[in-house]
Every structure is written in C-alpha cells, then in structure tokens.
Write a protein that binds this ligand. Structure first.
Ligand code: ATP
Ligand code: MG
Length: 260
C-alpha cells in the first residue's frame, strides 16, 4: 500500500476529455450554510470524479462535509457554487421537477436509517419507488438483487418482522431496484451490528462486481472502507487525499493524520 502524496485538491481528475468512464463528477463544488457571520462552509471547492462500475468510499472526520458532498452529488441538495454531472447530465442546472425525476430514475440512495414503509412487505418496499413512478420493475433484475442480498425467504415479511440488518438489506435492494446509474450510501452500516454490517458491505461489493453497479459510500469505519476500490478523504470541506485498493491499516494511518 503506497499512500498518495498529501493535499491534492482534486481526486479522480474529472477533466471533460476523460469523463466517459465517470458515473458522476463534481467540479469546484462549494456549499455554505447560513448567512453573514453564522455562515458555515461545509464544502469548499471540491472536484472529484467517480468511476463507473467501481466502489468508492468517502471518509473524514465528523463535520468534514461527507454527507454534504453525498447529498450534492445525489441531487438531494443544491450547491452554493460549482457543478455536478451525472454522466453527461449537469444536474445542478436542472429545475426541481426534472431533478426529482432524474433522482428517481437514475440515482439510488441508502440512508443510515432504513426508511422502509412499515405497512408493506419487503417485496413491496423494494419496488415501491418504481411503482410510484409508474415504472415496471424488471423482474429478472429484482430477482438477482434479492438473491444476491439473501432475502428470498423474507420477501413476505414486514419491516417489524425483520432484523435491522435485514431491513437495511431491503433498503439496499430498493436503492438498486431501478438499476440506477449510481448508488449513494451515507453510513449504511452505522446502525448495524458488525455481522449485519459485513453482510451489507459484501452485498455492495457484489453489486459492483457481479451486477456492474457503481457505489459511493460514506463511512467512519476503516474496515468498511476496505470493501471499496478507492477511498477519498475529506477534511474541513476539502478533498485532502485518496487511496486505491485500501487496507484497514493504511486507512487508519490516513485517518490519524487527518485527526479523525
Ligand atoms: N443544514 C445545515 N445547516 C447548517 N449547517 C450544516 C447543515 N448541514 C451540515 N452543516 C454543517 O456543515 C458541516 C459539514 O456537515 P456534514 O454533515 O456534511 O459532515 P459529515 O462529514 O457528514 O459529518 P458526520 O461524520 O458527523 O456525519 C458541519 O460543520 C455541519 O455542522
Ligand atoms: Mg454525515
């Protein structure tokens, strides 16, 4: 493991010329919350490219801007300046309605809390966003997700009849059901015990390796980050470092240097 040099301001060199292999890219992205003296700069001139068909982890100390970056990349929030492209689409200039549709059709999001509908079964939860959108789920695709995630015998259960780990796997299957261009996950293992967390991470890994998906995950856990192909480190709203083929030891070492 050879850590890259410290303090590059860009990660993944998201130049326009080589953008074809990128599922998404941020250019000079900044986000400030509040006004006047109360302004908090959550993200400060971040440029990052996210490779298609790869698993990227985002790490950094609490408050470093990880969730803010994920929300901006996923079109859940608007930047103060800078742009986000999803493939060839600049999502930052879309109107609200177009952005909502793009998010629904092309982006999956897994939250720390599972956000399942309690009155519906696992199977119904998985395809609900597509049903709301009036789209017909591809049964083969959904079946392959359900099989990969090991939920086949739980599909008729309601969330209250499932463990936290099983509920999060249902949420992950829901995020993948529309075969999105990219799946974002904000601390998806944060509420899980370590065994359930490992199962979810293995699923995200096989979603990339076996199903060809693109996954971007925020995590505090160096062990979780090791499931990724690449780790991007944030500190104080900046990209400060990155690492390919991460090892837990290497990630821990970086985190220590960042004070996280
Ligand atoms: N809606 C908001 N209003 C005001 N400030 C915010 C808001 N959301 C985030 N911030 C601030 O922006 C900074 C970055 O927050 P963010 O949630 O992106 O950090 P994070 O890296 O995800 O942290 P954690 O690891 O604790 O989840 C923090 O200083 C935070 O307090
Ligand atoms: Mg966060």
């Amino acid at each position: 493991m050879t850590p890259t040099a410290t303090a590059p301001t860009t990660a993944g060199s998201p130049g326009a010329a080589d953008g074809a292999h990128l599922a998404a890219r941020a250019e000079h992205l900044s986000k400030a919350y509040g006004v006047g003296e109360a302004t908090v700069t959550a993200l400060d001139d971040v440029s990052v490219g996210l490779d298609r068909g790869r698993f990227t982890a985002i790490m950094g100390p609490s408050g470093s801007g990880k969730s803010t970056l994920l929300h901006l990349l996923a079109g859940l929030d608007r930047p103060s300046s800078g742009t986000v492209h999803l493939g060839d689409t600049e999502i930052t200039s879309l109107r609200d309605k177009a952005l909502t549709i793009l998010r629904r059709d092309r982006i999956g999001f897994i939250f720390q809390s599972f956000n399942l509908l309690p009155t519906m079964t696992a199977a119904e939860n998985i395809v609900l966003p597509m049903r709301i959108a009036g789209r017909r789920p591809d049964p083969h695709w959904v079946a392959s997700i359900v099989e990969t995630i090991g939920l086949t015998d739980r599909l008729g259960h309601r969330p209250s009849e499932l463990s936290g780990g099983q509920q999060q796997r249902v949420a992950a299957a829901r995020a993948l059901a529309s075969r999105p261009d990219i799946v974002f996950a904000d601390e998806p293992t944060g509420a899980l015990d370590s065994r359930s967390g490992t199962e979810l991470l293995k699923f995200l890994r096989s979603a990339v390796d076996d199903l060809g998906q693109t996954v971007v995950m925020v995590t505090h856990d160096p062990g979780a980050a090791c499931y990724a192909d690449r780790v991007i480190f944030l500190a104080d709203g900046h990209v400060v470092d990155e690492m390919s083929e991460p090892s837990a030891e290497g990630v821990l070492d970086h985190m220590k240097r960042l004070g996280g």
